[in-house]
Structure formats: C-alpha cells, structure tokens
Design a protein around this ligand. Structure first.
Ligand code: R5P
Length: 291
C-alpha cells in the first residue's frame, strides 16, 4: 500500500505513514498562472492499493482531491481509499429550507467517483457517511484529545451543547473526571446563545470539547459562562479547528487559557494528530497492511 498526501493534509499523511509503516508517494503539485491545480504522481502505482489523504476544505482542496483521485485511478491503482481528515460541507447535511442543496451529499457523490472506500474523522453527523456510494467509515479523535487533556490535569469536561454530550462523556471517562453540557441556541451562522446553567465548575480546570470550532462563538460564550461560575482555567478543544472570522481573538478575549485542535486542518493549535485514530481504523478494516 502507498500513501498519497495532499497539500491540505501533509501532517496527517506523514504521521499516518509512520504509524502504519507504509511509504508516501512522490508527486508534483503546482498551480498554473490562472491558479488551476496540477497533479502528477511520480511513482509506478499500477496494481497497487493507494490511500489518498486530503482534507476536503476549503473549496480549492476539494478540486485538488478530485484531481489526485483521477491521477491515481488513471495510473492503474487497484484499490483507492480516500481519507478525509476533515470533510468540508458536512454541516449542510440536509435541507434546512426548501430549495437548498444538500451540500455534503453533493461533495460525497463526486468523491465516490474514484474511490473504493472513504474514511473520515469525527463527521458532524454520522448519517453523512451514507451519502458516499462506496463503503464509508468514521473514526474519532476524542481519545487522542482526552489523552492530551489528561496530561494537562483537566478535571471537568464540558460539551457546549446537548449534541456534543456523548463526546464529552467519552473524554471524561478516559480522563476519569466529571462532565456536563450547556444549552446552546443558534441564532444565525455567527451568533449563538448559551443558556446559563448551574455547573459544578468552581475552582476546576475545565476543558470544553466540540467537533468543530468555526467562528469561535460557541466556545467564547461557553468560556464566559464557565468563568462567571468560578472555573479556575478553561481550555477549548476540538477535532476540526477552522478558526475563521476572528475566532482566535474572540477566544482569547473571552479569557481562554488554551486552544487545542487536531491536525485535520493544520493550524498553530494542532497539538495532537488525527493520524492516531485513522491508523487504528485502518488496521482494523484493512488488517493486511500490518505486514
Ligand atoms: C455545531 O453544531 C458544531 O458542533 C459546532 O458547535 C459549531 O460548528 C461551532 O461553530 P462556531 O465556532 O462558529 O460557534
């Protein structure tokens, strides 16, 4: 098996190659003067199994992925597994209003074209896996994040909304501490309201865990609520750190003590790697790569 790491997932691809001990392919990536992408796989992969690792975000990275898949398919790869550390568009997973696109389905259908199997990490909703027309699996980076938080002596885990409760529970179980969740109401794409709720956070080192930090509004409001209730420190952790629209500044001005993210999207906050859980899933679903 060979691994082809795309430009949006260099770290995950390298870590994955180390973990499952399979070689990275050589490829040329460049952009034409009009910004169109070019890819050329330099190794002979005819008859080989290839793992393409590319985060499908932002939009140009989706086109890069489709071209990588085309190149690998055309070069005669036997089986193509597409690893999407972050699957962009996963939040538009249904029609919220008549006339809308089901964006994650549209993207999934295109990715399925030259894929035999798809793997992604902490998708916003599990049901989006059904949008791929090939077998699709997910894995979770929560245990890797929990391991990091354990070393930081976190003693209370909080989910910013009920939907993230199971994630908080899983992390708290691994850390062996308490957990709770907040009530969040989304007003629009950038505004959320956190309903005050009595928490057992006084004097504690709290970590709030979510799948995505986008504009940081959810986390900033949660931090403020926790600090009001006497939390000693409040860290925020997520799998997918988009950090758009001044998220970093918003979190810091809310008095956030630490920002932690995986490398599904590589940023200055990528302190743990999603390669751990991807490798675990690969070794389970493709046991032959153990050799
Ligand atoms: C939504 O349900 C997600 O789990 C996150 O809570 C959300 O995407 C975070 O967005 P933002 O950082 O813009 O508040």
């Amino acid at each position: 098996m060979y691994i082809l790491g795309g430009t949006s997932a260099k770290n995950v691809a390298q870590n994955l190659a180390n973990k499952i001990q399979q070689p990275l392919l050589q490829a040329t990536y460049k952009r034409f003067p009009d910004d169109e992408f070019y890819v050329r796989v330099l190794d002979d992969i005819a008859g080989e199994d290839v793992l393409i690792v590319q985060t499908a975000y932002p939009d140009p990275k989706i086109v890069e992925l489709l071209l990588m898949q085309d190149a690998v398919h055309d070069a005669g790869a036997k089986k193509i597994t597409v690893v999407l550390p972050y699957f962009g568009y996963s939040r538009q997973d249904k029609k919220f209003e008549e006339g809308e696109a089901i964006s994650s389905r549209a993207v999934a259908q295109h990715i399925s074209m030259h894929a035999d199997c798809v793997i992604t990490v902490d998708p916003h909703k599990e049901h989006i896996l059904k949008f791929f027309s090939v077998p699709a699996y997910s894995c979770s980076a929560v245990s890797t994040i929990a391991q990091y938080l354990k070393e930081k002596n976190i003693d209370f885990i909080l989910a910013p909304d009920k939907g993230a409760k199971d994630r908080a529970k899983e992390a708290a179980t691994l850390i062996n501490c308490e957990y709770d969740y907040l009530e969040k109401t989304r007003i629009d794409g950038t505004t959320v309201k956190i309903t005050p709720k009595k928490l057992d956070a006084r004097g504690k080192h709290v970590a709030i865990i979510d799948d995505i930090i986008s504009t940081g509004g959810t986390m900033a409001n949660s931090i403020k609520e926790l600090k009001k209730q006497g939390a000693k420190t409040v860290s925020v952790a997520c799998t997918h750190g988009l950090f758009v629209g001044g998220a970093k500044e918003k979190l810091l001005s809310a008095d956030c003590d630490e920002i932690i993210s995986t490398d599904t999207i590589e940023t200055e906050f990528s302190k743990v790697s999603a390669a751990d859980c991807i490798a675990e899933l690969l070794l389970k679903t493709l046991p032959h790569i153990k050799n």
